[in-house]
Design a protein. Sequence first.
Length: 270
Amino acid sequence: REQPKETPQPAPRQIFQERQRITGLPLYLQGYLSVRHSRCKEFRVYWTELRGTMLFFYDDKKAPMYSQKLDISALTSATNVYPDENGSAHFILMLSNGELELKANDSESGKEWKCFILTVTKLSVPPDESLLPGQLTRMHEVLEKEKKRRITHNDCSSTSLNRKSPPSSTLTTMPVCFYAVSRQEATEMLEKNPSCGNLILRPGRDSKNYAITIRHELDAPHLKHYKVMSKGTSYVIELERQVTLPSLQDVVNYFVTQTRGKLKPFVIRT
């Protein structure tokens, strides 16, 4: 009897390279975290990555595309790590636009996450006597990497500002209207939240390309989907006459400008 063939899983190195390409940011720390936004009742478990001053949340450890991201560069403070009755370690990030509660499996992991986050946002290693020597060494290494990243980023930004026609920045992450959802899920998001916008960028049916889902308000709501093909370092919108653009943000901007602002990027207000 022939055994059913297992679906081949992407190799860890391939996943890392794809995430690196999508986020455009260096990886500093990763692991499982339970996450709860200030307006939510329940925690949700994500495979979490700290890249630069961004947190990326993945539904699955092997998913190349994140489902949510959070800019923590405007972090004002973080609470002490405190345990619950199950031994999990909680702490809260105080951000300019709200709070985010994080829960790690144990106290050591919770302290590590908190200290790494403070290191990259405050550009200094926090004094915590309970940290292990190996953890402190890694934090100092991350601190130097983050300082160099910011210098490079600022230099590139200054150079592009001095040009007459600055190109789209390749240092930006995915557009704010990107969501790792299916065609049907994107449709439902647009239908249920009309005040949040009417354009979603999402993954294509394969893992290499993308799609745009829009909801026009004409005589009646009208949904359309467009393929966005990744070609080398550019992106091609599949229209009657193909449009090639240098970044996904430019793809979003193209739809907005062509409709004179009638299309607006979909952003969930938290």
